[in-house]
Design a protein around this ligand. Sequence first.
Ligand code: ADP
Ligand code: MG
Length: 661
Amino acid sequence: MRTHTVSILLVDDREENLTALEALLGDLGLAMVKALSGNEALRLALRQDFALVLMDVQMPKMDGFETAELMRANPKTRHIPIIFVTAGMKDLSCQFKGYDAGAVDYLLKPLAPAILRSKVRVFCELYIQRCALEEREASLEALVAERTATLVRTAENLLESEERYRNAFELAAVGIAHVALDGQLVRVNVSMCDALGYAPGELQKLALGDITHGDDLDLDKEQVQLLLAGKTTTYEMEKRFLHKDGSIVWGHMAVALARGERGEPVHYITVIENITARKNLEQQLRQAQKMEAIGQLAGGIAHDFNNLLSVIIGYGNLAQMKMAGNDPLKGNLDQIIAAAEKAAQLTKGLLAFSRKQEMKQRPVELNSLIESVMKIVKRIIGEDIQLETSLHGGQLCISADSGQIDQVLMNLATNARDAMVDGGKLAISTELQEMEESFISLYGFGRPGHYAVINVSDTGSGMDQQILQNIFDPFFTTKEVGKGTGLGMSIVYGIITQHNGYIKVYSEPGIGTTFRIYLPLIKPCEMEGAKLLPARPKGGSETILLAEDDQAIRDMEGCILRDFGYRVMAARDGQEAVDIFRENSGSIDLVLLDMIMPKKNGSEACREILALAPQVKVLFISGYTADLIKEKGLLDKEIELIMKPISPPELARKVRELLDR
Ligand code: ADP
Ligand code: MG
């Protein structure tokens, strides 16, 4: 605290009175200011603060009472205590007048020095205390001001960080929702609205239950109980939400419970990450893996079956050729061959599904391909079903085995017919579509590029989820025994996959079905005309070395070749083939090699034989496609290949073609 020089004001019109007072109070350590009139006193009091005024009553112009009243009237001076000192105005009425004018004391001369001094000291003491008080008040005020400033600053910071939090809430890439204990959505952020297709504000009117898929409603009840009981602090789960348009949005949801000051539950804070794309990918992957596994199984069986059927059909044909037209057994044989051919059709279907079927891809224009197959489609669906086509305006060039694409359309048309027993409409259209990354990540399938799309829609019975999930499985059918084989869609699937394409189904029971097929586009191309095959193959008298490990097939193939006039040497494996070739080199014109054989496989034997005689003709026989064989590393260059099951005329034709080349 500051130490003050305390000043008092002495007022008297007589100089000698002032000097006397000064002498009386001289040793109190006060600063004494003197005024010779009321006016001067007022002026000084306005300029400087005094602890006390000692004032004469009788003065010319303005007496003490008047001066005191004026001092009391001015807020700047009203607090200064005034003591009147008088020699003349001693009666009581004067004294009262003095007190009325605001004096704190009224002293009569002659003054008792001790009393005057102690009175002055008291007032000076009071003054010092008042000053100290004022000072404290001032410093308190400063403190309050400082605190207020700090508070304001803190509030501003809070606002700023509140803004930051709001931004974090509003702009977060994940959906955030504050959910009331009864499930009502209290606050939701933009990501949440976007993911579910609602405008801001719309969601707040809903409850969590309104945007949760029906089957997942009860999923988190147990977890919520644990949370409320305080046994856990958060929980996470994957569940389905409903988009405004009714579609499903998969979300990974993390839930925490916000509690109040006394620990009471207030609301849930739910953070939801949209994982629809990942879920779709998983689903597609599962489907692809399933198809791959079934394909391998089916392909394996079909492959062995094919060998057996080759033998049956081959010998059947041979016997048929040799039989007289009126042979009583001819009817039986015809039945055997017909049944074997049906079985061959089935295995062909399985091979198609498992993508092990021979494929002759060449550039074709999809629209004209579809137009050319429409005649057959019309015949399949009959007259009760209306056919509507709408083809893309431009050319849609794809690389395809046109026979197989025909097959796809025929299978789809057959199913559509079966689904529209009371008639309806079959619509076939084509279009062009680009697949980009966003499409691929959204639907979980595809490779970037341009695609020709074929849509095949019917207004038939449609399918439920159960059927849709199995529709491409071989032998899956809902049709009565003898009516369906369950191979139609698996063949379609195999063919489209083998063409590096995709097929998707959309179907609702009672509404109808749409198949959407994507086939990769190639650059516009010159169309190749179909080459017509000669009707009857020619034979010859050349020598052929035949290598095949399966005895039945070896004998059958030998029979066919001899039948066409050729000389045949047979080997049981790759090594024997090489040995026989070495011993008879010069006399062998063509080598027929099975691809898979013990000791040496077809390509190993081929390499050694070509080393002995580079110009010799080689023809491979295989149950697998050339693509697959290449993929397995069995062959490194273009080869001549004939697929099992072998049809005798085709074998003869191919052998002749090679020998004549
Ligand atoms: P199949 O026709 O021999 O039964 P598919 O593989 O062709 O075998 O078809 C399998 C099943 O898929 C059918 O039995 C049928 O239940 C269903 N299906 C296929 N296409 C359609 C369609 N367009 N409408 C309704 N159901 C269909
Ligand atoms: Mg079918």
